[in-house]
Design a protein around this ligand. Structure first.
Ligand code: 13P
Ligand code: SF4
Length: 398
């Protein structure tokens, strides 16, 4: 299959529903934009974005996560996974404005890692992350009390995935833990086991389980699943005491939709195909895959793959489409026929980007993401612990 024959999966009703213009101020998905957005049909949008960026020059730095739309990614000064973007944000002290084309938790981290006089802008405040929403700070504090009651809080190190609110990163920092991303979860867990006997892993059960079992050599029985909606997490004190890794019951609604059947189906359809998935996929999907790693790892693997090789990719569709385009000499297919885009990543579109940039040109900072100082301090402690880990890129499973 070449680029021309890349078959785009059908959008599901769920994707269309979540792309609506709803607002939820209590949610990581944020609220709607204030102000008048340019019409998506405006034929001058690309030119307007170009002109606004040129007018701002070095005063603005645009970061683009790999899951962003093509119409937005073309204006990114740098693209990357969440780990690379966090480092890039920290390395740009000269930029007055950092426009983050990604989701809310990433923009919060950029704010924490940049100087106070630098403004981080998220072009649409409704670009959140449903996984980050699955762990609220009150629930995490309650869970810690449960660990205290079970007598294990003192020996437990919290590790939170980057995909969590600043409040949870701060909680982690206060309790001796660190942040991790999908590129360094193994190193973060190894570090945590050097500090204590157990890990509380938030909020993605799949990344936690896949890393603990496939990279650290723990067993599934070493992992306990903590459900914040059940009393005591749905676990007895003995179960908590026996666990080495306590996994928060959260997941990514995009990656969580790949199944072991989709892996089997693609292998049958394309004999000899390599299956490459993100570690947010379910354990059985990762077990059935050939390689697992962060978005940056997925890109590098495709770059290094020989011409003529065939790949089924289990991650967000914007990235897979770009990979198919970038590698016309390789067969690149999406792992599933129906999985939707990340609807919240897709909230950042060209009208929002133009609106944010043109406001900056006019001297108005819109949609600034500012983390409250005490939260920022402790979240920074947890982020710095991550940034101090040797930068281990996600690696092949075996
Ligand atoms: P990366 O850490 O690979 O950028 O993934 C972030 C994310 O949101 C994946 O769903
Ligand atoms: Fe969150 Fe999943 Fe979207 Fe990543 S792909 S931002 S984890 S909902």
């Amino acid at each position: 299959m070449t680029t021309e024959s890349f078959v785009e999966p059908t959008l599901t009703p769920l994707a269309l529903l979540l792309l609506g213009r709803g607002a939820d101020p209590d949610s990581e998905r944020g609220v709607e934009c204030a102000g008048d957005l340019p019409a998506p049909s405006d034929p001058g949008l690309v030119e307007r974005a170009r002109a606004a960026k040129a007018a701002l020059g070095d005063r603005v730095f645009v970061l683009g996560h790999h899951y962003q739309r093509d119409e937005v990614i073309q204006f990114a000064d740098v693209t990357g996974d969440s780990f690379k973007l966090a480092r890039e944000a920290a390395a740009r002290p000269e930029a007055e404005y950092v426009v983050f084309c990604g989701v809310h938790f990433m923009a919060e981290s950029a704010d924490i890692l940049t100087a106070p006089e630098q403004a981080v802008v998220l072009p649409d405040l409704a670009a959140g992350c449903s996984m980050a929403d699955m762990a609220a700070i009150g629930q995490v504090e309650d869970a810690w009390d449960v660990l205290v009651d079970a007598g294990i809080a003192d020996v437990t190190v919290p590790i939170t995935y980057m995909n969590s609110t600043a409040a949870i990163k701060a909680f982690t920092g206060r309790h001796g833990g660190a942040v991790c991303t999908s590129s360094n979860a193994q190193r973060a867990l190894e570090w945590a086991f050097e500090q204590g006997e157990k890990v509380l892993f938030l909020p993605d059960q799949h990344l936690g389980r896949n890393t603990a079992v496939l990279q650290l050599g723990l067993t599934l029985d070493d992992c306990a699943l903590y459900d914040p909606f059940k009393p005591g997490g749905g676990l007895t004190a003995d179960e908590l005491r026996a666990a080495k890794v306590i996994l928060w019951k959260g997941h990514c609604s995009v990656h969580g939709r790949f199944t072991a059947e989709t892996v089997a189906e693609v292998r049958e359809r394309v004999p000899g195909i390599n299956v490459l998935v993100h570690p947010e996929c379910r354990h059985e999907v990762v077990l059935g895959a050939d390689l697992v790693g962060s978005t940056e790892f997925i890109i590098k693997t495709l770059d290094a793959a020989p011409a003529g090789s065939a790949w089924a990719i289990g991650t967000e569709l914007n990235l897979v489409k770009r990979l198919a385009l970038a590698h016309p000499d390789k067969q690149v297919v999406f792992l599933d026929k129906t999985v939707c885009f990340c609807s919240t990543m897709n909230r950042i579109d060209l009208p929002h980007l133009v609106w944010a940039l043109e406001n900056l040109v006019a001297g108005t900072v819109v949609n600034r993401i500012e983390v409250e100082p005490d939260v920022a301090h402790w979240a920074r402690v947890a982020l710095d612990r991550m940034l101090a880990l040797p930068g281990v890129a996600a690696a092949p499973k075996d």
